[in-house]
Write a protein that binds this ligand. Sequence first.
Ligand code: CS2
Length: 506
Amino acid sequence: MSSETTKIPGSNPSGGDLRLSNASLGRLPAQIRRPGYDRSRITPGIVHLGIGAFHRAHQAVVIDDLIASGATDWGIVGASLRNSDTRDALAPQDFLYTVAVRSGAGTDHRIIGSVLDVEAAKENSTHLIARMTNPATRIVSLTVTEKGYCHTPQTGDLDQHHPDIVHDLRNPGVPRSVPGILVAALTRRRNSGTAPFTVLCCDNLSANGHTVGRIVAQFAALRSRGLAKWIEAEVAFPSTMVDRIVPETTDLDRAEVSSALGMIDAWPINTEPFTQWVVEDRFPAGRPDFAAVGVQMVSDVAPFEHMKLRLLNASHSALAYLGYLAGHETIAATMTDRRFAAFARQVMQDAAPTLAMPDGTDLTGYSASLLQRFSNPALHHRTWQIAMDGSQKLPQRLLGTMQDRLRLGLPIDTHALAVAGWMRYVTAKDERGRAIDVRDPLAPKLAAIAEAAGPVAERLAPALLEVGSIFGALGADPRMHSAVAEALAKLYALGARQAVQTFRPV
Ligand code: CS2
């Protein structure tokens, strides 16, 4: 779930300055799929917080499919919580944008019309909250990344000392955190006798719906017990498993899309052909017929979510840290080295015994398809992008598996090498001594620990394992200590490429 950082290109590479918009749709090349429906008849039924690249390549495409099939007339009002660049880029385009689906076979361009408007919450949270309070809003969905929930990743509890939470408790009328914004809107709905919306978390958290429900109720309890009780009793937080690989959009992507369109799209997305959405079917305020366009509606998302976090995201993070250290810029480049591909497969194989899947689930086939997706040569998915926010990702991607394997009496050395990769990465120096731009809410703390310990595995590993918000009780387990310290020593002695090569699962 990335945010675009590069500038909007000022001109169309094919010459003109025609911009994608409702008025210019008819001038697109014939083969480009576009909304065939009347957008003026779509009403905002969904408010989405965190309208980054992932949402626009995933949920917004599903809603576009649903509108096109006549199954719903609910559109999306998106909100950016931190900046206004998405709104600024999409507003002149009537919020239309291109999804470029890239694979070795070529690129397929499609224009998405399900986003009706974008709010910049930092400029005007009151307007966003009014939208969420409107009875027409039935679902508030979220992709705000792991760190957006202001919680402690290891326990899943609200971090009451988070600066945004402290701010929102003091200024409940102008909240800036996700729990603060949700509670402000829910409070208004409660006060006006409007039924609550359903909160649909689409981030890669463990038990994401349940976790977000708890965080929101904990925040509400700091304001009023009655409010917290009402939220617990009345608001549904269904869990979801979301999956689509969506790398950050680059200037090159923008230029390619604008040239294919023959007009400027300042804010396109590029992604892979694969997409999956598994949703717990609990929507008391109503929902579109998601299943009509291939969404899997289930009563329990947990097995799918574990499978995805522990196979896909775990091996993704392992490839990101170790691949970056070995000098690979992208996941696809890392995968061209067979040693890394074999290591990723081993991460998946080791997670398998910790999963309880419905009968008939083909984990071997699933793993093989993941390896293929990671190898997509048309996706420039940077190892650096996935390496971001490791402190928020490690627990649900790697540590849960390690805990379960220890409980089962199984070795943990595969995952220990991935954790060691993260440890070496957060020292902010790569194998050649060059600085790494570590992006993580805990980066300063991690850097201070690394500085004090020095590049010595026997000191660095135990010092980082003591960070309780990441490792919890697992950090004190002697088996964890020895496995991680050994893996880190190997990384320092041999470098990532060799460490992965010499890796032999016990
Ligand atoms: C990635 C995910 O950036 C990351 O941490 O592992 O965004 C991954 O691409 C998606 O979860 C795939 O569905």
